[in-house]
Design a protein around this ligand. Structure first.
Ligand SMILES: Cc1ncc(COP(=O)(O)O)c(C=O)c1O
Length: 403
């Protein structure tokens, strides 16, 4: 192949580490290895029947054509009703944009607003795609370190990192990869800082909203700071909360000017989200019951995973996540340990490889999320797999000689 085919832009881009690990685990499974896959970033539940049936109806009724690039009006109405009912937030249909997944919305949002050199504040540990999407759009990701215990963004660190070049601050609650859920007081103190910097836009990624374990509660930044509504884009969608990752429906809710700009871009890139998926999502957003069933099941799985893993002296202080379906394990006590064949585990990647080889468990290293030494375990798999995989981790760790 001729050289210099690829752009600098794409050469500088990383592939999604979590998708890569999930693909590797799938490959090993297809080769016959009995791998427990803890790298999956999606609910293992089926899409609610009512949504699937609506899609079938859409196909048979010929709703298979291009739609409005902003998303069908009746879907945007359903999203406004969902925002009002679930989040107590009032948005009109021209403040809502529908895209092909939350990631698609984030990409088009940054593309619509970032000029070269603009900075995007990304609190670590972060969902793998934020820094790469910001860079792809010409921005400079500024990684901000969290509170060492809660792993949440603090208002002090936020304030220190805001400059004249700051265009966006990304907030993600519940968080991928930590499952942390911001409290009203924490959001209030972040809002106090943001209020002082009027040029800063806020991207509030609430895609895991449906998976918050009582007594924790999902609160949007706009609930505590309605005055920031004009410069905040809420990102959410059907993927996680409604088990619809493959349908590719996400949405943004924010200022009309921003929504119009994203709509213009989408009209020139993907044209519109899938017409069939839009019909399904319209029904899904109207019923929270399937999400509650999933949440209750994830809560049992979370508790089971934490109980088994905590029995290892290497993992004795696991923080139970309040949301999402991930455990983010601190590996400090394992770093420096020796395996049975005398190999020293120096990084979190070494530990991920050790667990894949010795425990047949696929996980993702904290370095993918900008924070080491950590490990992300997804508990979006069956309780049997959780019991088996977590016990294998504990057994494999017991063969290590502490460093
Ligand atoms: C924090 C976060 N935001 C956004 C997304 C994007 O979701 P989707 O594009 O499937 O809607 C993901 C997916 O893993 C995520 O973890």
């Amino acid at each position: 192949m001729i050289s210099n085919v690829l752009s600098q832009r794409v050469n500088n881009l990383n592939e999604s580490a979590s998708l890569n690990t999930a693909a590797l685990a799938q490959k090993l499974i297809s080769e016959g290895r009995d791998i427990v896959n803890f790298s999956i970033g999606e609910p293992d539940f089926n899409t609610p029947d009512a949504a699937s049936l609506e899609a079938i109806k859409a196909i048979t009724m010929g709703k298979t054509h291009y739609s409005n690039p902003q998303g069908n009006l009746d879907l945007r109405e359903a999203i406004c009703e969902k925002l009002q009912r679930d989040n107590e937030l009032a948005y009109s249909t021209d403040e809502v944009i529908v895209g092909s997944g939350g990631k698609h919305i984030i990409y088009h949002t940054f593309l619509a607003t970032i000029d070269p050199g603009d900075q995007v504040i990304v609190p670590a540990p972060y969902w793998v795609s934020y820094p790469d999407i910001a860079s792809l759009c010409g921005g400079e990701p500024i990684i901000v370190q969290p509170d060492p215990v809660s792993l949440k963004l603090t208002s002090t660190e936020l304030e220190k990192n805001i400059t004249q070049k700051t265009k966006w601050v990304v907030l993600n609650s519940p968080s991928n990869p930590t499952g942390a859920v911001y409290t009203e007081a924490e959001l209030q103190s972040i809002a106090d800082v943001l209020r002082k910097h009027e040029h800063v836009l806020i991207l509030s990624d609430e895609i895991y909203e449906k998976f918050v374990y009582p007594p924790a509660k999902h609160i949007s930044l706009i609930n505590v700071a309605p005055d920031l509504k004009e410069r905040t884009l809420i990102v959410n969608g059907a993927s996680k909360g409604y088990a619809m990752t493959g349908w590719r429906i996400g949405f943004g809710a924010g200022a009309k000017t921003l929504v119009s700009a994203i709509k213009k871009l989408i009209s020139q890139t993907t044209t519109c989200p899938s017409s069939i998926s839009q019909e399904a999502a319209k029904v899904a957003f109207g019923d929270s019951q399937p999400s509650i069933v999933m949440r209750d099941s994830f809560q049992v799985r979370r508790d089971t995973a934490v109980a088994i893993l905590s029995s290892s002296s290497f993992l004795s202080e696991i923080h139970k996540p309040e949301g999402a379906f991930y455990l983010f394990l601190n590996l400090e006590k394992i770093i420096g340990s020796k395996t049975a064949v005398g190999r020293v585990l120096v990084t979190d990647n070494d530990i991920v490889n050790f667990l894949l080889e010795e425990a047949n468990v696929a996980t993702v290293s904290g370095s993918a999320y900008g924070m080491s030494p950590y490990l992300r375990i997804s508990f979006a798999c069956s309780i049997e797999q959780i019991k088996k995989g977590c016990q294998s981790i504990v057994d494999a760790l017991s063969t290590l000689q502490a460093g």
